[in-house]
Structures are given as C-alpha cells and as structure tokens.
Design a protein around this ligand. Structure first.
Ligand code: DMJ
Length: 575
C-alpha cells in the first residue's frame, strides 16, 4: 500500500475530518441543537431557582410568594377566589409552594434540597386546621404533590438517603385524604367543592361545584388507595366520576357547573377550558394509570363529542350540552393543555394544528391572555391577565416528545424569553395583570414551580423520563405507571392502521408517553434492535432526517406509519 513518508500527521488529519466528510450537515446540526437545548435547560433551571429561593426567603412556610412586595399569601384557603376564613392567628401556612416544588427538584437533580424539604414537611406539616379549602385545588396541589414526592422518595433510582424517610409524606397524604371524605357524603356522591379541614362540611356550604371539581380527583385518590390499601379514597372519587358521566347529554356532552345535592346541571354551556378541562384529562390518564377499560370508554366517547361539537378548524369554542349549538367563541388560556392530551391519545395532527393557534396568540400578545374572543379577534374586556400558567409549555413539551420537531424547541425558547422579559422581578416571577400593558400583579402561583418551569425543563432535557414510565397529574406531579396497578394493557384499542410490531423482546419505555394507545415498535440503533414504547411517533435517528437505510427512519407522528429512506437519502413517507 502506498503511504507518504511521515504519514502520521496525514492519518491524524484524515481521522479528524472523516466524520464531517461522511455526514457533515448532520453532526453540525445535531450538536447545535444539543447545545441550544443545554443552554435553554440552564436558563430554565435559573428561572426555577429564582422563583424557589425567593419563595424560601420571603414566603416560606406560608403558601405562596408575593414577588413585588417580597411577602406572602396563605392562598391554599383562597384558591378558587374565595377569602380565607377561620384561620388561627398564629397560622403559618401549609408550605404550598414547597410541596409543589418537590417533584421539580427531583427532576432537576437536586436530591439534597428535596430531602431537606421532605424532612421539614415530615416534622412540621399539619392539616388539623380550621381552614375552608377548595377540594379540587387541595387535591391536585397538596395531595398530588405529597403522593408523587412519596413515590420519588422511595424510588431507589433517585439515590435518596433512605434512613430518615419512613413514609411520612404518605402518612400526611392519608391524613389529608381522610379529611376529604366528608365532602363526598351527599345524596349523589358528588363532592362539595369546599370543605373545612378540621370540621368537615360547614353549615350553609355552597352546593355548587364544577365538572372538573368533582371529575378530576381519581388520579390522586386512586393512587392514595393503591398505596395505603384503603379503598375508600378511590371508591369515593370513582363514584363521583360515574355519577358525573351519567349526567351527560345524549350528545355525550357535559355542562360546566352543577349542584351536588340535586345532581342537576346549573351551567349547560361548556368547552375544554375552565371548569371542565381536567375532567377530560383525568378520564384519559386514569385509563393510562390504572388500565381500567371503563375509563377509556368514557374518555373515547367524551373525546369524540368534543371534536364533533366544540372544534372549529383548529380552534375550540363552547357549546350547549343539550343541543351541541355553539355558545361562546372564546379561546381561553387553560384550553392550551388540550394538544398535550391529544398527543397522549396519538392524535398528533390535530394536536399540532391547535397548538399552533395558541402559539399565534402567545406571540401576538407576548404571553397567553386568559380569554380571547375568537369571533371578534380581540381580548376579553376584563380577562386580560396571564398568571404564569403552564398549559402552552406543557403541550409544547408533549409535542416535542412525540415529534422531535425542533420547531417546538423554538417555541419553548420564545416562552422562556417572554417569561424572563415580562414577568421576572427581583423578588421572583410575577403574574401579568394586563397583557396589553404588561402591568404586573403581586402573585407567584405555586403552579409556576410545579408545572411551568417543570415542563419547560423537560422540553429541553427529558433525561428524568428515560427508562421510566410516568404520567403527569394535572398539576404536573409525576406518578409511575405500575403493572401492579394495571388490570390489563391497552393493546385492544389500537386501530388496525396504527403501527404495532409484536415482539417477544423486552420493551424499553422511551418516555412518559409509554403505554399509550399506540404503544410499540422496533427500531434499529447501531447494530442492536431496540424495542421502544412511545406514543406512535418514533423519531428518525438523525436530526436532519438523512439516512442510509430504512432502519434509520422512525414512525411518522401524524399517521403512525413507518417512514422509509429515499434514494436521495431522506426519511419520509415514500410509497
Ligand atoms: C393548574 O393548577 C392545573 O393545571 C389545573 O388543572 C388548571 N390549571 C392550573 C394552572 O393553570
């Protein structure tokens, strides 16, 4: 073989440039995206700690931070906009934001702070207080936060020091769950919206509640029953959910508010936003978490009815549950969770198109206003606020998980930039009172730490989810999908035209979207064939979609079909 004299440096040079010769654009692009994601992840981490440390300095152990005045509010009793009542003078709050931050701390890898928080809560938290709380809010924030943290604290992969942890968070959760039970003592089984933690349902308590208020308790209360072996929590939540479902119209639609004593609807108009949103979410996620067919049947009918009666192109309006006729043509900030839910069921095309509309409104105002009038293309005259809500970040995270389309990274970047330029203040992050003036309000909601920062972080770095299989509650608290909680797996429901490769090989959960309706496919990575579970999408192996063979192409997210490699070397749906 001919080799130049003194060929050492030539060989070295060749070895250095050869990877770029063979796949120049790919490696460059991939490393640029990886660097961007790392940079954005660090920006989100800074945001989280800016919010967290200010809370710990100026508000802890009270519930939430007032970032403009660097003071606090004991908002747990005010959630749902009612005033705090009966609280003892020396009441110091329930450390709500700390409880809400627990799972985010673990996801960001701060086990030391997580343990410190767990120890503090174990020694100081009590629910024996004369406080009237909103059942739904207390369930998703406090009960969900405690249960999720208990599971994370006992999960060996988190490498926590176990010596000091003796199920204290679960004991606290059980104490709280017991205090919820009197709320369900109604002729219908539908729970009161408000309850006093010490004395139960108060005299003359309002009998009005919302669909999400009594239809989104099953994940937390079901998990509590599975963990404690006490079936009362799951039974109460399930009975309420079944009753609610029995009140649906012949169109499979539900209203927004109802009376827990008479079981009559109060507000017949509804949509996918405020007062109803998490009801749909919990039907789907209860099926994923517990594997009961019943939940899927309810969800499936409810989902089809939403798509039929509320959907108008990429937008969702509200409609009368009795007639299906449109009532209010409004986009609300809470609706932005819907595309994320659609990813879970594999309806990625619809998810993508409605997500784009929310992004459009976000970009128009800089953040997402609470209510936008679709028919007039203008803001609602009073609901112009943005309280640091997470829903758009949440959907963006789900869509990126499902598609790996870098566009969603750019959306995440724009959300992060807006939050930093409009809402960051010296004392934390403040809600926006009016999106037209960006005037701020003195409130940092606990969901900013539980959800907004968490979903943004996971968008840029999902390493927490690798090799794990979690579902997130409506408040962003992760719960593991355990086979012991499942009666059976969902294969029965896979439409025949969706990708499904049966194999005896063990599957590797790829993301929180595992065990969904479109669950399994084989993908070759290097020399080994890997079994990967995911929502129907499996990304192409290279970020720029270049390929040498079909094996390097994934599964298309819009129709769950296997992509193949073209003559020109691109993955696609080639015939
Ligand atoms: C959160 O508390 C939950 O996501 C809830 O379901 C509705 N939205 C708020 C935050 O916007």
């Amino acid at each position: 073989m001919f080799l130049p004299r003194n060929y050492g440096p030539w060989l070295l040079l060749f070895l250095l440039i050869s990877p770029t010769l063979f796949s120049p654009s790919m490696s460059h692009l991939d490393s640029r995206w990886a660097a961007k994601k790392r940079h954005m992840r660090e920006k989100v981490r800074e945001m989280f700690y800016h919010a967290y440390e200010n809370y710990m300095t100026h508000a802890f152990p009270h519930d939430e931070l007032k970032p403009l005045t660097k003071s606090f509010t004991d908002s747990l009793s005010e959630l749902g906009n009612l005033k705090l009542e009966h609280l003892p003078q020396d009441y110091n709050g329930s450390a709500l934001t700390l409880i809400e931050s627990l799972s985010s701390l673990v996801i960001m890898g701060n086990n030391t702070e997580f343990e410190r928080a767990v120890i503090w809560l174990s020694e100081n938290l009590t629910f024996n207080i004369d406080a009237r709380i909103n059942l739904f809010e207390c369930n998703i924030r406090v009960l969900g936060g405690l249960i999720s943290a208990h599971i994370l604290a006992t999960d060996s992969t988190n490498r926590l020091v176990h010596g000091s942890y003796k199920n204290q968070l679960l004991n606290l959760a059980e104490d709280l769950g017991r205090r919820f039970l009197p709320a369900f003592d109604t002729p219908t089984g539908l729970p009161y919206a408000w309850i006093n933690l010490k004395y139960g349902v108060m005299e003359n308590e309002t009998t009005e509640t919302s669909t999400s208020g009594c239809g989104s308790l099953i994940l937390e209360m079901g998990a509590l029953s599975r963990l404690t072996g006490d079936p009362r929590y799951e039974s109460a939540a399930l009975r309420a959910l079944r009753k609610l479902w029995s009140m649906r119209s012949s169109l499979n639609l539900l209203g927004t508010t109802l009376d827990v004593i008479t079981g009559e609807w109060i507000e017949y108009s509804s949509g996918i936003g405020a007062g109803v949103d998490s009801f749909y979410e919990y039907l789907c996620k209860a099926y994923i978490l517990f594997g009961k067919e019943d939940y899927w049947r309810m969800f499936h009918s409810a989902y089809l009815a939403v798509q039929k009666y509320f959907r108008h192109g990429s937008w969702y309006h509200e409609a009368d549950m009795r007639t299906g006729k449109a009532t209010y043509w409004q986009l609300t900030s809470l609706q932005a969770f819907w595309p994320g839910l659609q990813v879970l069921v594999g309806d990625i095309g619809a998810a993508n198109s409605s997500h784009r509309e929310f992004v459009y409104v976000w970009e128009k105002f800089g953040v997402l206003p609470e209510r936008y009038l679709l028919d007039h293309q203008m803001l609602h005259p009073t609901e112009k606020y943005y309280p640091l809500r997470p829903e758009l970040a949440e959907s963006t995270f789900y869509l990126y998980q499902a598609t790996k389309d870098p566009w969603y990274i750019q959306v995440g970047e724009s959300i992060v930039n807006s939050l930093n330029s409009y809402t960051k203040v010296e004392g934390g992050f403040a809600s926006v009172r009016d999106v037209t003036t960006m005037q701020l309000e003195d409130h940092q909601h606990s969901f900013f730490l539980a959800e907004t920062c968490k979903y943004l972080y996971l968008l840029f770095d999902d390493s927490f989810l690798v090799d794990r299989n979690y579902i997130f509650t409506t408040e962003g608290h992760p719960l593991p999908i355990l086979s012991s909680w499942h009666e059976r797996l969902p294969e029965t429901y896979i439409p025949t035209n969706w990708t499904y490769a049966k194999s005896e090989q063990p599957t590797r959960p790829a993301s929180a979207m595992s065990l969904q309706v479109c669950p399994a496919t084989a993908l070759r990575s290097g020399y080994a064939v890997q079994q990967i579970e995911s929502a129907c999408h499996v990304p192409d192996s290279r970020g720029d979609h270049r390929c040498f063979s079909d094996e390097e192409c994934g599964v298309d997210s819009t129709n769950c079909r296997r992509r193949s490699c073209s003559m020109a070397g691109y993955c696609g749906l080639w015939i």
